[in-house]
Design a protein around this ligand. Sequence first.
Ligand code: ZN
Length: 132
Amino acid sequence: MSAEFPTLAETVIATNRKHGFNGGGEHMFGRYVEHCMCGWRSTFEHRTYDDHIAAAVESAWHAGRTITSTDQLDALPDGSVILCASDEEVNRRTSKRDGRAEWWTPGSDQGVPTTEHLVPALLLWHPRWSKP
Ligand SMILES: [Zn+2]
């Protein structure tokens, strides 16, 4: 597992460890109520345990990829791709000769250095994720 940014598989595993189908469920008021070990129970919106786990994985995956500091950006390897919340632009990281980060949006002919305007951001791609 990378220091800060887990893979999707790592996120699924970690989420499954926090949750668990707690003996299924029970019939209540004419419907079947499913339980999770975290305390979740299905609601009248007929959400199933699978819906619950899908939402939990989605939430954990988003949280695990959220970048909130320029230090985190600078620590990313070249080839990382982020989506900036402020302008909703995608940026790909490269390094200048001196090793400082430079961020490129598609179609631009000039990279920008790491600055506060890039955070918060969502990590869309980490080069480590291409290796199973
Ligand atoms: Zn749960």
